[in-house]
Structures are given as structure tokens and as C-alpha cells.
Design a protein around this ligand. Structure first.
Ligand code: ADP
Length: 187
């Protein structure tokens, strides 16, 4: 029997109000939901998407296929919810970030929509905690500092405007990304 994967200690991560900043692998988090930086096909891809499908197993892809059958894929800025399969998280919220094309193709608005719509799904499910990777900041090329500022602004706005009582965790992979979030969270 393989030993169970150790869970990430996100509960000990630095807190900024109800937002926490955790550095590590999002697939190890036992927040009630984790957010996936998916693509419009919902059929999996590279980066965090690939890692989530690998760690969560085939139940996530099956749920994505059912959503595709019902509504086609998922448009940039939108979000859909599936099981977390074998992940420690109960749910995966799949959102599709904008591909960075220089900043004048509604990338900031679409990225903000990703956070708002994902948080709306988290609220609908009444999850106690939801973790986000840096949507669009990998293969999709969104500048990391600007993306962190949007993520923090939208999470704060949502927590201020809604009765959602959950914790929001921003998950960063590297030091550089962590600094951008720290700057945004301390602003
Ligand atoms: P996108 O296509 O939306 O740009 P990527 O998956 O390429 O999505 O990258 C999104 C962000 O997720 C990047 O900042 C990348 O460093 C980060 N990332 C990749 N794998 C993981 C992981 N396992 N846990 C947390 N963050 C991750």
C-alpha cells in the first residue's frame, strides 16, 4: 500500500484577514475546494490543470465530459464545478483564464470574472475554504504582479460584499509569485 500523501499545512500559512498565502502544490491542499486553471475544452492540459487531473484521477475528467455534453466547454471568465475525485479537496472549480495578448483584449476583466465566478460557486456550495492558483500566470502568460493584484482585489471585494464565511487561500509555486501576492495583500 502506498503511504497517503501528506497534506499541506495551509492552515498555518500567513493570514491577511480571511485570505491566506500558501507556497506549494495546490493538489496537496485539503481546502474544501481548489480552483483549476482549465482551458475551454475542459479536457485537461498542462501546468496546474495536468497536475490536478493526475492527482485527482479519472472521476474529474468524467465530470468535465458530462459538463461538455450539457453546455459545450467553458468560456474564458466562466467557471464550473466538479468532484475532486481522489484529491484531498472535495470539489474542483474549473475556471478558464484569458490568454495574455498585451492587455487590451479584456484580459483584466476576464481574469477578474474568473475569481468572481469561482467564488460564487464556492459560496453556492457553502465551502469552508477555497484555494486558487495564479490563474493565467503560467502558459497563458499573464504578468504575475498584475494578476496577483487582480486576484487580491477580487477576493477582498467578494468577501466584503457577500455573506460567504469561507477562507480564501492563494497558492503560489515560487518565491517571485509569493512576493507579488505579499505586495498586493499588504497594499
Ligand atoms: P494558465 O494556462 O492559466 O496560465 P498554468 O497551469 O500554466 O495555467 O499556470 C498557472 C499558475 O499555476 C502558474 O503560476 C504556475 O506556476 C502555477 N502552478 C503550476 N502547477 C501548480 C501546482 N501544482 N500547484 C500550484 N500552482 C501551480
Amino acid at each position: 500500500m502506498p503511504s497517503p500523501t501528506p497534506l499541506a499545512y495551509w492552515r498555518d500559512a500567513p493570514a491577511f484577514g480571511r485570505i491566506r498565502l500558501y507556497q506549494g502544490d495546490i493538489t496537496k491542499l485539503d481546502t474544501e475546494a481548489i480552483v483549476n486553471a482549465a482551458n475551454t475544452s475542459l479536457l485537461g492540459g498542462g501546468g496546474v490543470d495536468g497536475a490536478i487531473h493526475r492527482a485527482g484521477g479519472p472521476a474529474i475528467l468524467e465530470a468535465c465530459r458530462q459538463i461538455r455534453a450539457r453546455q459545450g466547454g467553458c468560456q474564458p471568465g466562466a467557471a464550473v464545478l466538479t468532484t475532486g475525485g481522489r484529491l484531498p479537496a472535495r470539489y474542483v472549480i474549473h475556471t478558464v483564464g484569458p490568454v495574455w495578448q498585451g492587455g487590451h483584449k479584456q484580459e483584466p476583466e476576464l481574469l477578474a470574472c474568473c475569481y468572481r465566478h469561482s467564488l460564487a460557486l464556492a459560496e453556492q456550495q457553502q465551502v469552508a475554504s477555497v484555494a486558487f492558483p495564479g490563474i493565467s500566470t503560467g502558459i497563458y502568460g499573464y504578468p504575475k504582479a498584475e494578476a496577483a493584484a487582480i486576484a487580491v482585489r477580487e477576493a477582498r471585494a467578494f468577501l466584503g460584499e457577500h455573506a460567504f464565511p469561507g477562507t480564501v487561500v492563494f497558492v503560489v509555486f515560487d518565491e517571485e509569485a509569493r512576493r507579488f501576492y505579499e505586495q498586493a495583500l499588504q497594499a
